[in-house]
Design a binder for this molecule. Sequence first.
Ligand code: BJW
Length: 247
Amino acid sequence: MDKRDYPAIVILTGAGISRESGLETFRDADGIWSKVRIEDVATPKAFARDPEGVHEFYNARRAGLTAGNIVPNAAHVALARLEAEWPGEILVVTQNIDDLHERAGSRNLLHMHGELLKVRCGLCGDLADWTGDLGVGVRCPDCGEAGALRPHVVWFGEMPLEMERIYENLERCGLFVSIGTSGNVYPAAGFVAHVKQAGGQTGRAHTAELNLEPSEGASHFDETRYGPATKVVPEYVGKILSGGWGT
Ligand code: BJW
């Protein structure tokens, strides 16, 4: 059989999938937005006003991610297994800026909110791998100018990355699964409605939410499973691979 004879799958992931690896979520009671204000660290205005403060915020998170104790968990591993074993197309769209999907083995992956281990030059547009600290005086490795490097992340008010490719995949998928996201941030929060509206490649796209608790958009999904990602994701992947989603 051909790849196209199997329903295409799109998986959306959010901070909840990396929580059991030791990374913080944003909107849980102990999450990042309970400690810092969005307006201070996650908008272009914040970066223009206080670049050192914004660099400090991302330097600390970059150091945490590369310290060695943060590793992919069973949920990341299950999605990599799904990509390896599913005979049809599969795309993971992550809102996360960590690299845990890659480290678990996912390859067909889009980081719609950017990547913590990359920096971008505001002058020449160069994208470079970056594991250390970043500061205002650092020179771009490509054009050599100082002061224009920024974290390669998408802040509020900026356009998320790869949107054309994401919508093209959403419109022809047969299964859409949302994992570990609170459904507060658009456009990702609108993907489930977009899939239902487009109908999927068969006209019967199935949608599922896997999360610790119902998200803002829970009522849009055909199916919901609640529990820690390390439990519900491997279980659901097993279900997909045995041909039984939605049952
Ligand atoms: C577990 C678990 C476990 C815990 N197991 N689960 C008014 C209406 C509509 C839209 C707007 C509006 N005003 C402004 C907007 C647009 C704005 C927006 O959505 N604002 C809302 C807040 C209202 N969006 C934007 O500005 C975006 N750009 C944009 O819209 O451009 C225009 C455009 C138009 C049309 C098409 C396309 C584009 C940009 C958004 C950028 C978001 N950036 C951040 C920071 C990135 C870098 C960084 O990491 O620092 O991205 S904010 C933050 O939120 C981060 C995340 O990716 C994102 C989503 O968070 P996520 O992943 O859902 O985390 P949480 O914490 O919210 O949820 C975790 C979930 O896991 C919870 O449900 C837990 O229960 C669960 N969980 N432990 C399973 N063990």
